[in-house]
Ligand binder design. Structure first.
Ligand code: ADP
Ligand code: MG
Length: 693
C-alpha cells in the first residue's frame, strides 16, 4: 500500500501533454492535488433550460433539442469555412454556427439530442429565427454533463486554454482523483468542527450538483470552508512548531522585583491605563520565565507603547543587564532618546543614543556594560557595536525591519528577550499568524483626556475654506502638514504635485515659512527639514507620505491630505496620527479631488466617524482583504490558494486552536506521518515567512 500523499504530476492525466502541462504550470498547477485546490473564481448557473421559442435578442441562454441538419459551408471567394446546424425542440428552431472549426462536423451529427448555449441574435437570413455563434454545446445523452444544464465552474485561466477545455480536464481530474487523495487532516479535527469530508468537498467546489450560487461565488459554502480550513490548519501547524522551538530556547529569566519601575511610576505625571498595565503584566510575566521572550506589542499611535516598553527594559536593567531600543529612522530614535532620557533622569538610569550621525558614540562604555539603556537605529546592528550584557531588545515599527535584522540584533546578546512594537492594529488571530513566532500583547485604549482629531471631508473646489483654516491655525502660532500622493505631476494623471503645491502655497501665504519634503531627497536633507519643522522653524510642511511615520510635533495641529481618495484607510489613519499630539484640538482635512467611488467614499466616511485605530483596521481589512495588508506588513506570507484570512477569520481561529492542540498532543507529529508530510509540503519554500527569527 502506498502510504505517502500520492500526488501524481499533472502530466499523468490523460489529455495533458507537455504543452498543456506548461500552461497548467503557469497557473501554479504541477500536481493533481494542486489542480484540485485550484478553485473556480466564480460559478455560472446554467441549470435553467428554456424553450427555443422563448429565446430573446441579446440574452445568453441554454436550449435543448434535436439536431435537424448539419452543413459545412465555404463562402464564395473566402478562405474560411463555416459549420452550421439547425436545432429544433418542437417549440422552434435555432441556428448554431462555428467559424473555422471544420472538425465540428465530426463532433455533431443530425439526429443528436443536444444542449446548446450562448447569446441569441436575430439572424436576418433565417426568417424570424435566432442564431447562436460559437455556442457551447454538449450531447444530452451520456452521463457526464459538464458545460451546460448545471452550475458550471469558471476558472482564472491563461492564454492558450479555453474555459471549456480546462473545465473538461478538471472534470476528469475530479472524477478520477478526488476520491483517491489521502486526507492528511485527522478525521476527528474535521468532524469536531462539523466540516464535510475532503472528497465530497473537492467535488462540490468544482462541480456542485445543488448549490446556493451566492454562497459558492463568495467562497463561503461548507465545502469551500473545509478546503480553506485545510490550508489554515497546515499554516498554523507550522507556526505551532515554530513556537515550540522558541519555547525550547533558553533565555534569561528576569525576576528583579520591579523596584526601578515602581520608583519611576511615582514620578510620572500620569497613571498607566488599564490596557497598558495589562500589557506590561503580560510582558513581565514572560520576561520572568527562563525561556526567551518573543512578543509583539501592538497599539495605535499614541496609546503609550513606549512607556510600557521602557518599564519592561527597566526590568532587565534592574537585573544587571542592558536593554536596547531600535527605531527605523534617526529622528524617531532621537525622539525616543529624549523621551527615555526624561524618564531615565528621574531614576538615575543612563541612556545612550547610537545613530550613524550621533555626536558621541560611547561604544566603549556600551561594550563594558556601563550604559544600561541604548537607543538607536540600524547603527545598533553594525559590526563595532558590542554590548557588555544585552538582555532585552525592543524594536519599534516592526515592518520596517526584516526578520534578518531582528536576528542580528538578537545575536548582539546571548538570546535576549525581544519585544516588537507596532502601530498597525490588526485582529489578534491574524497578528499571531503574521508574526508567527511571536506572542501578542495589545494596548487598546487611549490615555484619558486625549482630544480626538476633528476630521472633515472637503472637495477640491472648497479651496477658500481650506485656506481660511490654514491661515487660522498658522496665524495662532500652530503648524500644519499638507500631504500629496506623488512628487511630480505626470502628464497622464491629474495628480497635484507636492512641488507645485508648495509653489502655490508660497504665493497665497507669502508670510509663512514653507518647506517641501519628499522621498527622493537625500536622507540627511529629509532629516534636516523634519528637524527644522520639529523646532518650529517651518510653519507649513508640504510633503509626500514620507511624513507618515514617526514625527512627533505637538504644535502641529492641522493635517491636510490632498487627493485623500487615493490613500488607503491605514495610511490616512497614520497620517492623521501626526497631529493631535498636544493640548489643543487638532483638525484633519481630507480633500477629495476626484469623483469618489464607493470604496473611497466609505473610507472617508470611516475616517470622519472614528479615531479608533482598531475599528479602522477592521474596516480596512474588510474592504481590501488582507493581501495588501500582509504585503505591507511582511513579505513572504505563504501563498494561500483557497483561504482568505480576512473572510475566514473565525476559521483561522479554529484552525489555530486545533493545530496547537494537536502539536501539543503529538510534538513533532510522530504519530501523524501523513499530516507531517502535508505540513512540510505546505511549508516548503515558504519557510522564511516566519523563520523563527
Ligand atoms: P506610542 O509609542 O504608543 O505611539 P507613546 O508611548 O509615545 O505612544 O506615548 C504618547 C504620549 O502619551 C507620550 O507623550 C506619553 O508620555 C504619553 N502617555 C503614555 N501613557 C500615558 C498615560 N497612561 N496617560 C497619559 N499620557 C500617557
Ligand atoms: Mg511610538
Amino acid at each position: 500500500m502506498d502510504n505517502s500523499l500520492s500526488d501524481p504530476p499533472i502530466e499523468n492525466i490523460r489529455g495533458i501533454g507537455p504543452q498543456k502541462a506548461a500552461l497548467f504550470s503557469k497557473l501554479g498547477i504541477r500536481t493533481v492535488r494542486e489542480a484540485l485546490t485550484y478553485l473556480p473564481f466564480r460559478y455560472e448557473d446554467r441549470s435553467q433550460i428554456i424553450r427555443i421559442k422563448d429565446l430573446r435578442q441579446g440574452q445568453t441562454e441554454t436550449v435543448r433539442g434535436t439536431v435537424v441538419s448539419c452543413a459545412l459551408i465555404r463562402p464564395k471567394g473566402k478562405k474560411f469555412r463555416i459549420f452550421e446546424i439547425l436545432l429544433s425542440d418542437g417549440s422552434g428552431t435555432v441556428k448554431g454556427r462555428w467559424f473555422n472549426q471544420p472538425f465540428m462536423q465530426r463532433n455533431l451529427k443530425a439526429g443528436q439530442d443536444l444542449f446548446l448555449r450562448g447569446e441569441a441574435k436575430r439572424d436576418p437570413y433565417f426568417a424570424g429565427g435566432f442564431i447562436i455563434e460559437g455556442p457551447e454545446y454538449e450531447p444530452a445523452s451520456g452521463d457526464g454533463l459538464i458545460h451546460v444544464n448545471r452550475v458550471v465552474p469558471i476558472y482564472r485561466l491563461t492564454e492558450g486554454i479555453s474555459q471549456k477545455q480546462f473545465r473538461k480536464i478538471m472534470f476528469a481530474i475530479v472524477e478520477g482523483y478526488a476520491g483517491r487523495l489521502k486526507d492528511p487532516i485527522p478525521a476527528e479535527v474535521i468532524s469536531g468542527l462539523g466540516l464535510p469530508p475532503l472528497h465530497e468537498s473537492l467535488v462540490a467546489v468544482h462541480f456542485p450538483t445543488v448549490c446556493d450560487i451566492a454562497l459558492w461565488n463568495n467562497g463561503e459554502s461548507p465545502y469551500h470552508r473545509r478546503l480553506a480550513f485545510d490550508e489554515l490548519f497546515l499554516l498554523e501547524l507550522g507556526i505551532a512548531s515554530l513556537r515550540r522551538d522558541v519555547e525550547m530556547t533558553q533565555g534569561y529569566g528576569f525576576t528583579g522585583g520591579g523596584g526601578l519601575r515602581k520608583r519611576l511610576e511615582k514620578k510620572l505625571p500620569f497613571d498607566l491605563t488599564k490596557s497598558q498595565r495589562r500589557a506590561l503584566k503580560e510582558i513581565e510575566t514572560d520576561m520572568a520565565r527562563p525561556a526567551a521572550m518573543r512578543r509583539l506589542l501592538q497599539g495605535d499611535v499614541g496609546c503609550g507603547k513606549t512607556v510600557v516598553a521602557f518599564f519592561a527594559m527597566l526590568n532587565a536593567v534592574e537585573c544587571g543587564f542592558q536593554a536596547a531600543l531600535m527605531a527605523p529612522t534617526s529622528i524617531l530614535a532621537e525622539q525616543h532618546y529624549r523621551n527615555l532620557c526624561t524618564m531615565g533622569h528621574e531614576i538615575g538610569v543612563r541612556i545612550a543614543l547610537l545613530t550613524a550621525g550621533a555626536k558621541e558614540r560611547r561604544l566603549d562604555m556600551i561594550a563594558a556594560g556601563e550604559i544600561p539603556v541604548v537607543v538607536g537605529t540600524h547603527a545598533l546592528l553594525e559590526e563595532p557595536v558590542l554590548f557588555g550584557k544585552l538582555g532585552m531588545v525592543v524594536i519599534d515599527e516592526q515592518h520596517r525591519f526584516g526578520v534578518a535584522q531582528r536576528v542580528r540584533l538578537r545575536n548582539k546578546g546571548n538570546n535576549p528577550d525581544v519585544l516588537v512594537m507596532t502601530a498597525t492594529p490588526i485582529p489578534r488571530s491574524l497578528a499571531l499568524t503574521l508574526y508567527g513566532d511571536l506572542d501578542y500583547s495589545s494596548i487598546d485604549e487611549m490615555p484619558a483626556g486625549r482630544i480626538p482629531v476633528e476630521t472633515k471631508v472637503f472637495s477640491a473646489d472648497q479651496k477658500k475654506e481650506i485656506y481660511t483654516i490654514l491661515e487660522e491655525e498658522i496665524g495662532r502660532g500652530r503648524q500644519a502638514y499638507v500631504v500629496y500622493p506623488v512628487i511630480e505631476g505626470s502628464e497622464h494623471t491629474d495628480l497635484k504635485a507636492a512641488s507645485q503645491g508648495k509653489t502655490g502655497f508660497a504665493k497665497v501665504f507669502p508670510a509663512f515659512r514653507i518647506a517641501l519634503l519628499h522621498g527622493k531627497m537625500a536622507a540627511a536633507e529629509k532629516e534636516e527639514i523634519m528637524r527644522a519643522f520639529a523646532r518650529h522653524e517651518i510653519d507649513l510642511l508640504v510633503s509626500t507620505t514620507v511624513v507618515e511615520v514617526g514625527l512627533d510635533v505637538p504644535e502641529a495641529t492641522l493635517m491636510v491630505v490632498i487627493h485623500a481618495e487615493r490613500f488607503g484607510l491605514a495610511q490616512l489613519h497614520q497620517l492623521r496620527g501626526r497631529v493631535g499630539r498636544g493640548q489643543d484640538v487638532s483638525r484633519c482635512l481630507l480633500v477629495a479631488c476626484a469623483g469618489l467611488g464607493d470604496d473611497a467614499r466609505r473610507r472617508l466616511r470611516v475616517m470622519v466617524e472614528t479615531n479608533d485605530g482598531f475599528r479602522i483596521a477592521q474596516e480596512d481589512l474588510a474592504m481590501r482583504g488582507p493581501g495588501e495588508l500582509l504585503g505591507t506588513l511582511q513579505s513572504g506570507m505563504p501563498g494561500l490558494r483557497v483561504a482568505d484570512p480576512a473572510r475566514d477569520l473565525r476559521l483561522l481561529e479554529s484552525a489555530r486552536e486545533a493545530a496547537f492542540a494537536l502539536e501539543k498532543a503529538d510534538p513533532g507529529l510522530g504519530r501523524h506521518a501523513l499530516l507531517k508530510e502535508a505540513c512540510s509540503a505546505f511549508w516548503k519554500g515558504r519557510a522564511d515567512f516566519t523563520a523563527a527569527g
